[in-house]
Design a protein around this ligand. Sequence first.
Ligand SMILES: C[S@@+](CC[C@H](N)C(=O)[O-])C[C@H]1O[C@@H](n2cnc3c(N)ncnc32)[C@H](O)[C@@H]1O
Length: 306
Amino acid sequence: MQLKASLGSAIARLAADQVPSPRLNAELLLMFTLNCDRAYLFAHPERELTAEEQSRYDAALAERARGVPTQYITGHQEFWGMDLIVTPAVLIPRPETEHVIESVLELQTSDLRPRTLYFEPKGPRSEVRGQMSGVLRILDVGTGSGCIAIALAKEFPHAEIHATDISAAALEVARANAARHQLEKRIQFHQADLLQGLNISGLDFVVSNPPYVGESEEDQVQLEVRKFEPRDAVFGGPTGVEVIARLLPQAYAALRPGGWLVFEISGTIANAVQHLFIASESWENVRLIPDLQSIPRVVRARKRKV
Ligand SMILES: C[S@@+](CC[C@H](N)C(=O)[O-])C[C@H]1O[C@@H](n2cnc3c(N)ncnc32)[C@H](O)[C@@H]1O
């Protein structure tokens, strides 16, 4: 069959199976099958697919039609401009998690503004940040694919970066991703329940995209997420804030005075998270930062200096 016809029937098949964005998914799976980019699909509509290519394409479409996310079929997801490997052992990195990176960059830049006087801004922006920061120390809790830790390692080339996950399988993927981006020597991975047993203190940042969906809302979660993404990566306990409630005191103990905790939340748990901070005197400058749709998306809080 010719490429254009094969793509057309794939779109119809995915649409019939009620797969969202059938055209996009059919294109992505064809690009994966042919190992090509989108431009190639449109430049070669009459290219004949071999029987072997068509059969691999059909297999990928069948997986997608039964609900497997495209990223688990192709094994890839882009995050912060980087191509990352994903397997069913890790949450598929979401674009909204990039707000965590943006918040750290913003805080680090504003925290260091007075010190910029001492540096010659010669290198690229991220290089300068690294130089300004001295040894910036960051911990990513629940690293999954490693997306946050790897993005921060890129942004802060001189920082000391640690990353934890409770899942050994997730850490394997994170390590592979770090190696793929030549950052394996820059990030120390630890298998741990949050920060337990890490013996790390004096951190400038603790960052996290913790599991924060409440088990009580399970039936409102997309079926694809429920069926195919790791349960421990998605659900944070009966109400969704249980993991965050444990994270707060552990992060506090590991941060230096004036250090920042930055983590992702959803609008659903925003009030409950605010209450966790109200109940504690340990933090200052607590802010819930909305995303472009005005949904609270990132929390940042500073460990009191005294
Ligand atoms: C929402 S996912 C985030 C993954 C990745 N950081 C991202 O943003 O895509 C949460 C991650 O936390 C890990 N996790 C869950 N409970 C944990 C715990 N108690 N201690 C450490 N990691 C945990 C899960 O295995 C999962 O990889």
